[in-house]
Structure formats: structure tokens, C-alpha cells
Ligand binder design. Structure first.
Ligand code: SF4
Length: 307
């Protein structure tokens, strides 16, 4: 029996603020799982701590709400113990690029075959809107007494130099496009990163949905709306490495696009390189039958009775 979107939803009460971009990301993950017909008992969602940390509570797969900044060690460990499991880690920008930055970089070096999604709203929403590592220098959101004094981390560029082999950016209010990106990330062979821009209407009063859509960005001459977000794939951009000889050229283009911010913000697939061996492939070279024959005790039970 084909799995439907409803099969990935739970009855757990959702207390995210009205209008939060988290809802779009949650829907996109559920839609991608349904698109790929991943049996719920064959997927596990891991989260760090923050508003996005509640995501596993709302998805009817196995789920683990882990520690602040530590989602990647948990998720990578599960994937390596059970290679047949579809593993998706989620967390906020503060969680993943602040306290979790060391794990982010280390994960890139390993290239474990799994997906990491960052809910990027540039603030620590759960603790009342402090500046996160992705808040731009000089920005003063409503919770800050002074403009941000630190420069921001560029998640796309950091993922590239850390070694992630699939790098994309989505927008939480373009759910179908985000769903397609998440599906590509999950289907990618290697470590995939999806940076998702998401308004936090409660604490980030600068990067609002009006700011992203450009509806408050009016050309002074033509008086027309100037949308900020555009799709890379509609410009002819191609970040897929088809031959290892192209790696340097493609990486240069990623950095160029990663630095685009302000009046124009690209979303889509920035980079994909399946020529780097995954961590599982490296381990397989040392442990015979590691991927093909995981021990029977690693079989995970389907407790739903649905699949
Ligand atoms: Fe969403 Fe911000 Fe509310 Fe957290 S504080 S649930 S990120 S709107």
C-alpha cells in the first residue's frame, strides 16, 4: 500500500509560533519522505536543541531529540551502526554553526551518507532572539540592545570547505522547491547539507517573509517589486561535478554564489560531488560485508502495522 503524506504526521501538539518558517520545513521533510516512499520505521530524524529541535516529535518515523550542538555525532553514529537506515539530522543555525560548529566541520571530513538540514533564521528563537552565527554584521533585530558586532558565518561556504558533498539552500515558504531539494539530498551518495532560510516572525523583524519575497524591496524608478530570492536552476547554474577534473572550477562557482546576499539571494543546489568516497565505503574497505550484511540485531522493527 502506497504511503501518504498523512502517514508521516503525528498527533503531537505543535507550539511553534504562528507564521514560523519551521512549519514549511517540517512539511517539506514529510513530503519528501512520502515522495520517496520511505517506510517510517526505516527512517530516523535526529534534532539538536532549539525551536527546530521539536521536529522529530511531529514526524512519524523513529526520532531522537538530542543535545545542544551534538546532533551530528548522534546521527552519524546511528547511520554507521545501521547503514540501511535513512538518517536526517535537523537543527537551528545557532545549534549547528555555533556550539555545533566543530561537529559540522568534522562531519564534512567524514562524508557519512546522510542528510543535515539547518533551520536558518539568524537568531536563537527558543531563548528569546539572541544573535546567532548567521546574523549579519551590523544587524539589529528587535531583541538586541545593540547592532550585531560579529561577522556572520556563511553556511554554504563553510560546508564546501569542510567537505560536504551535496550543498543546497532552500526557502521555507517555497515548500515544493524545498521538498525537491530534500529529496535530492537524501538520494545523494554522501553527506548532504540543506541550509533553509526561514523567517522567525517573533524575533527576527528584519529577515521577514516580506524581506525575502522582496515585497518591501521596491525599485525607486520603476516602482516594481524586486524579489530577493531566485532559483539557481533557472539561471543555467550547474554545480554538479561530473568529472573530478572539474572540482576546483565548480568550488569557485559555489563560493561566488555563496557570497551573493542582499538584493539577490540564490536558492537551489550549489554543489554535488559523488566522486568522494563515503565514510561507509572507507569502512567497507576494512570490514568485510559492512554495508551489505549488517548484523541481524540492527534490523529495526516496524511497529506501525502499516508497512
Ligand atoms: Fe519559530 Fe521564532 Fe517562534 Fe521559534 S521563536 S517557533 S523560530 S517564530
Amino acid at each position: 500500500m502506497a504511503l501518504k503524506l498523512a502517514d508521516y504526521k503525528t498527533d503531537v501538539h505543535n507550539d511553534w509560533c504562528p507564521g514560523c518558517g519551521d512549519f514549511g520545513i517540517l512539511n517539506a521533510i514529510q513530503m519528501a519522505l512520502a515522495d520517496m516512499q520511505v517506510p517510517p520505521h526505516k527512517a530516523t530524524i535526529f534534532s539538536g536543541v532549539g525551536c527546530s529541535g521539536k521536529t522529530p516529535h511531529f514526524i512519524r518515523t523513529y526520532g531522537i531529540h538530542t543535545l545542544h550542538g551534538r546532533v551530528m555525532p548522534f546521527a552519524q553514529g546511528a547511520k554507521l551502526s545501521n547503514p540501511g537506515l535513512e538518517v536526517i539530522a535537523v537543527g537551528g543555525d545557532g545549534d549547528g554553526l555555533g556550539i555545533g560548529a566543530g561537529h559540522f566541520v568534522s562531519a564534512g571530513r567524514r562524508n557519512v551518507d546522510m542528510t543535515y538540514i539547518i533551520f536558518n533564521n539568524a537568531v536563537y528563537g527558543l531563548t528569546k532572539g539572541q544573535a546567532s552565527p548567521t546574523l549579519k554584521l551590523g544587524m539589529k533585530t528587535k531583541s538586541l540592545p545593540q547592532p550585531n558586532v560579529n561577522n556572520s558565518v556563511n553556511p554554504i561556504a563553510l560546508a564546501l570547505v569542510a567537505g560536504f558533498t551535496f550543498i543546497a539552500r532552500g526557502y521555507s515558504y517555497d515548500v515544493r522547491h524545498l521538498k525537491d531539494l530534500i529529496r535530492k539530498a537524501v538520494e545523494h551518495k554522501g553527506l548532504a547539507f540543506v541550509d533553509v532560510l526561514q523567517p522567525c516572525p517573533t524575533y527576527n523583524d528584519i529577515n521577514t517573509k516580506e524581506w525575502f519575497s522582496g515585497s518591501n524591496n521596491i525599485d525607486p524608478v520603476t516602482k516594481k517589486v524586486m524579489p530577493r530570492i531566485y532559483k539557481l536552476e533557472e539561471t543555467g547554474y550547474d554545480g554538479i561535478v561530473r568529472d573530478p577534473a572539474e572540482i576546483n572550477e565548480k568550488m569557485g562557482k559555489v563560493i561566488e554564489k555563496a557570497n551573493e546576499w542582499g538584493d539577490k539571494i540564490p536558492i537551489g543546489v550549489f554543489y554535488q560531488n559523488e566522486h568522494i568516497p563515503t565514510f561507509q565505503e572507507r569502512i567497507s574497505a576494512r570490514i568485510p560485508n559492512y554495508v551489505e550484511s549488517p548484523p541481524a540485531k540492527q534490523e529495526i522493527a516496524d511497529l506501525s502495522g502499516k508497512t
